[in-house]
Design a protein around this ligand. Structure first.
Ligand code: PAF
Length: 310
């Protein structure tokens, strides 16, 4: 039996396909979420998502499901983290398919708030969280101004709504992960943050909801992005950090030859995102392939180079 949970006076959205999903509770208002949360004694582990789930998200759910915890997945396409002209409008919204995947994966609790519930004062008037510039102004922050502020805002609201014991984030959005870790530390939020390594397609492409924007020709070329990063991460592993700038330039040239439009390719310290030190660095990059923006990152350690299919 499937259920759509809503509180008194709340207009349940017409969504017959969601109600078909077996054993899944989709909560859409705060009163229902609070009733559900208050009744629980087991720890709640939380996976915030924007939906359009894939195996990368399911890996987060698997991590969340450890130690008998109750897993709650949120699905909310957060307008505050998209800049004007980005893909907010066309971002795939596939709630019933997502619910089916979660249900088949043994996760039976979904929190799907609407925009008005998330931002009751309106998006312009909302309170805002400004992440520290050291973590948020470089890398993706250069190309997506306001993005991490919007992420922090949504995540903090979701944390207050759900009050989980732990929350799980993917390493594909590594900069986001570090910023969330700092956010909970700085505000003393009593929620543990867990990280899950990037899940890749067999050819190396990092899983992402945006991969489906790629046409067939672009999809064939896309793995060249990860292969290039893996190659340069491997070279850097044996090199002096003093040579990293020239490796970054060569990686940019290689990506351009492969007909990507790189936004950045940078070695950074994996904890502070400051300059690489040669101790615990990662190679971070973003490219455009047609109109699709792809991001990826690779640690400078051998075990992070995935085995690829040709
Ligand atoms: O990583 C995402 O999907 C989003 O940035 C998040 C964390 C759900 C916030 O909207």
């Amino acid at each position: 039996m499937s259920r759509l949970f809503a509180g008194a006076g709340f207009q349940v959205p017409e969504s017959p396909l969601v109600t078909e999903v077996a054993d899944l509770e989709v909560m859409t208002d705060l009163a229902a979420l609070r009733r559900w949360r208050t009744a629980l004694h087991d720890p709640v582990h939380f996976v915030p998502t924007m939906g359009n789930l894939h195996a990368g998200h399911l890996a987060l759910v698997d991590r969340a499901a450890c130690n008998g915890a109750i897993v709650l997945v949120s699905i909310f396409v957060n307008p505050a983290q998209f800049s004007p002209g980005e893909d907010f409008e066309r971002y795939p919204r596939t709630l019933e398919r997502d619910c089916r995947m979660l249900s088949e994966h043994g996760c039976n609790h979904v929190w799907a708030p609407g925009v008005e519930l998330m931002y009751p004062l309106g998006q312009q008037q909302r309170f805002r969280i400004q992440p520290p510039s050291g973590l948020s102004s470089g890398l993706c922050g250069v190309h997506r101004p306001g993005h991490f502020e919007g992420v922090c805002d949504a995540v903090m609201r979701l944390f207050w709504q759900v009050r989980p014991d732990r929350a799980v984030f993917g390493e594909k959005d590594f900069q986001q992960l570090l910023i969330i870790r700092k956010l909970v530390e700085d505000y003393a939020v009593p929620i543990g943050i867990d990280a899950v390594p990037i899940v890749r397609e067999a050819d190396g492409l990092a899983m992402s909801s945006r991969n489906q924007y790629l046409d067939l020709h672009q999809r064939r070329r896309a793995p060249g992005f990860y292969r290039t990063l893996a190659d340069f991460a491997e070279r850097a592993r044996h090199a002096d950090p003093g040579t990293f700038q020239s490796l970054e330039r060569s990686a940019l040239e290689r990506l351009e030859k492969l007909e990507f439009h790189p936004e950045y390719v940078e070695f950074r310290d994996a904890e502070t995102l400051g300059p690489a030190t040669g101790r615990n660095d990662r190679l971070f990059a973003a490219v455009r392939l047609g109109t699709t923006r792809l991001i990826d990152n690779v640690a400078l350690t051998r075990q992070n180079v995935a085995k690829l299919e040709n």
